[in-house]
Design a protein. Structure first.
Length: 142
């Protein structure tokens, strides 16, 4: 059965409103609530490699920490834009904190992690270590 309201399908009307008006609004709100940055992660037998794109952030505003087996990248972005024209003067400021965390496992050398930030790209190398052998012992059942 096809519902019609004044010759129009109400479900199609709802879908059109959602797609045209609400979806762009929800998408823009999501990017305002949880700003983030792109990170590529790869590994080989020697290390885990993280490459984070953080354009517009100064080296001094980037912080990398490692706690247990979680590595965290934090950055703070500030931007000021000023435009002066004949009939108006506009100044806009924006700022925000960005953070990403990754569990990288226990078999890494946390004391030898290196990070290099150049031209908006943060590259982190987390060297691996040999897994520690688990000691096992047989327990007699009585």
């Amino acid at each position: 059965m096809n519902l019609k309201l004044y010759g129009r399908d109400p479900l199609k009307m709802f879908e059109d409103v959602f797609n045209e008006r609400l979806t762009p609004f929800i998408s823009s709100m999501g990017s305002m609530i949880a700003p983030t940055f792109k990170v590529d992660i790869s590994e080989d037998e020697k290390a885990i490699y993280l490459s984070a794109d953080i354009p517009g952030v100064r080296k001094e505003d980037v912080k990398v920490t490692m706690e247990d087996d979680v590595i965290t990248i934090c950055a703070e972005r500030t931007q000021e834009e000023e435009e002066k024209k004949k009939n108006y003067h506009r100044v806009e400021r924006s700022w925000g904190s960005l953070s990403r965390s990754f569990t990288i496992g226990e078999n890494v050398e946390a004391e030898n992690v290196t990070a290099n930030y150049d031209n908006g790209v943060l590259k982190i190398v987390v060297p691996k270590k040999e897994p520690e052998e688990k000691k096992s012992k047989e327990i007699a059942v009585s």
